[in-house]
Write a new protein. Structure first.
Length: 198
């Protein structure tokens, strides 16, 4: 009985210490705090809670979404020679944008740690489109045309319709600025007359 009172007495008189440290740490640890992992039941009796650690910064890997900040409208981005942020801004230069990463938009995070679903205008475009919230400066539904040099989806032999006629992508990027090499379809090698006519 006397031993139990000797053990329980100091613990009852000093609840702050007993709640922050284990009983054995109190008696044998000399008051030194040891770092341990937080359990689901940890710090229930802690009268001095600390704020949780900051959310880790999201690594910009995996699928990416370009989000128009003014209404939350988003679209997936293809990976290519250009960074997702540059490609997002190129498709939507008339409004502020942000890139979110994740396998789906509901669980996607920006590199700052912000979750799309928690952003100010998440899914606002589903309720109403605003005339002043556009990517191309003309209407809420369209995207701005981008420079073909930024298109990471191009593969050698792809044919594109341009204002100057049909051109074929050679698969070669020329120079440090990644300008792709295009050849008019009429003179591009490896095409039969039937393919050129079509």
């Amino acid at each position: 009985m006397l031993v139990a009172a000797a053990l329980v007495g100091p613990v009852a008189l000093m609840p702050e210490i007993s709640s922050a440290e284990g009983l054995l740490d109190f008696f044998f640890g000399g008051g030194q705090k040891q770092q341990s992992q937080t359990s689901p039941f940890g710090n229930i009796f802690n009268s001095n809670p600390q704020s949780p650690p900051p959310r880790p910064v999201v690594v910009s890997a995996g699928p990416a979404f370009c989000v128009r900040s003014c209404d939350g409208k988003y679209f997936p981005l293809m990976r290519g020679a250009t960074s997702p942020a540059q490609l997002c801004q190129a498709f939507c230069p008339a409004s502020p944008t942000k890139v979110f990463f994740g396998s789906n938009i509901d669980g996607a995070y920006a590199v700052t740690g912000e979750r799309y679903a928690d952003s100010e205008n998440a899914f606002a475009y589903r309720k109403a489109l605003r005339a002043d919230c556009t990517c191309n400066g003309h209407n809420p539904a369209g995207l701005a045309p981008i420079d073909l040099a930024m298109d990471g989806s191009l593969r050698s032999g792809d044919v594109l319709a341009t204002a100057d006629g049909h051109v074929a992508y050679s698969g070669i990027r020329v120079g440090n600025d990644h300008n792709p090499d295009f050849t008019p379809v009429a003179t591009s090698p490896g095409r039969t007359p039937e393919v050129r006519a079509r």
